[in-house]
Design a protein around this ligand. Structure first.
Ligand code: ZN
Ligand code: ZN
Length: 345
């Protein structure tokens, strides 16, 4: 089968690899019908996330069940499915507490041997282990493009918004209007804020943010923290959702909120350690939350919200390309020439 593989820092290539086979009784073989390119893929491309050469990329995908292991209960061949970007066992102590992203046996798709040795979704086929706790069925009538982001960036944006504890009438600031930031804006609107500010430096992203009902702040033109203060009578936002991960963006997220406010960080940190403004957080009684998404908890409700027309995540897709063009897709996404690219095998 065809698959996009990592070849070393700065290089990915579509090559022929053996079609994966079901190895365990809880595995499912999925024929991928749509994959997507994610910011995390760029971290691999640039060598910031370790990856073994030859490993298959891609952790955002939907497809059709081709074959199921003997102990799989929830799926049958022919089912259309969306997968979380990581597997969870469903029975360890933290899975039982509902924290699937803290699963003792968690493995991540498209991240090679360092993250569990799974295959990837930028390929024609992928094996999904622990399928009953990793995938959801796509409701009838929902397209692949509507469903695909439930397994990663939409769940992440929603997780960020939920943990910002937005109340009706609040002002929230979304730092970064890339794919995750745009999903955070969309999700934030479900909680009834009066206003959502969106900070970015790319025209297309700011325009999409505006279309989603946010007030764009172009950080090339104005100091974002000042702009938010001006827009809130000098107070600052009630909450902020950090969707970049650069330490400077985290600082903006912290400085954008009022006393008693909440900062919810979902961006992947750009450094392991950095300075943290303990005194400011203490004086202003701020709440700081961070974390990567507990996807499995959110997939079902998000699919229901999409089915009801209350979320339209497919709006952010800017380019539809063939899997054969994946190398070019990575280049375009890296150069910010595309907001979100989906790949058709
Ligand atoms: Zn991702
Ligand atoms: Zn577990």
């Amino acid at each position: 089968m065809k698959a996009l593989t990592f070849q070393g820092e700065g290089e990915v290539r579509v090559v022929d690899v053996p079609r994966p086979i079901i190895g365990g009784s809880r595995d499912v073989l999925v024929k991928v019908t749509l994959g997507a390119v994610c910011g995390s893929d760029l971290h691999i491309l640039h060598g910031q996330t370790p990856m073994n050469p030859g490993a298959v990329l891609g952790h955002e995908f939907v497809g059709v069940v081709e074959e199921v292991g003997s102990e799989v209960d929830r799926f049958q061949p022919g089912d259309r499915v969306v997968s979380s970007f990581f597997t969870a066992c469903g029975h360890c102590a933290l899975c039982r507490k509902g924290w699937f992203n803290q699963c003792a046996e968690k493995r991540t798709f498209g991240h090679g041997d360092f993250f569990g040795g799974l295959g990837g979704g930028q390929a024609e086929y992928v094996v999904v282990p622990n399928a009953d706790n990793t995938m959801e069925k796509i409701p009838d009538g929902m397209t692949d493009e509507q469903a695909i982001f439930v397994g990663d960036i939409l769940a992440t944006g929603f997780f960020g918004a939920e943990r910002a504890e937005i109340k009706p009438g609040d002002v929230t600031a979304v730092v970064g209007a890339g794919p995750v930031g745009l999903m955070a804006i969309m999700s934030a609107q479900l909680f009834g804020p009066a206003r959502v500010f969106a900070i970015d430096m790319v025209d297309d992203r700011l325009e999409l943010a505006r279309e989603l009902g946010a007030i764009p702040i172009d950080a090339r033109d104005v100091a974002p923290v000042e702009a938010i203060k001006q827009g809130t009578g000098g107070l600052g936002a009630d909450s902020s959702i950090e969707c970049v991960g650069l330490l400077s963006a985290v600082e903006t997220a912290i400085n954008s909120v009022r006393g008693g406010g909440i900062i919810s960080m979902v961006g992947v940190p750009s450094a392991n350690e950095g300075e943290f403004p303990f005194m400011r957080v203490w004086l202003k009684a701020l709440t700081f939350r961070a974390g990567w998404c507990n996807v499995q908890k959110y997939m079902r409700p998000l699919l229901d919200l999409i089915a009801a027309g209350r979320l339209r995540p497919e709006k952010i897709i800017s380019h539809r390309m063939k899997l054969d063009q994946a190398q070019e897709a990575y280049r375009m996404f890296d150069a910010r020439e595309a907001t979100k690219i989906v790949l058709i095998p």
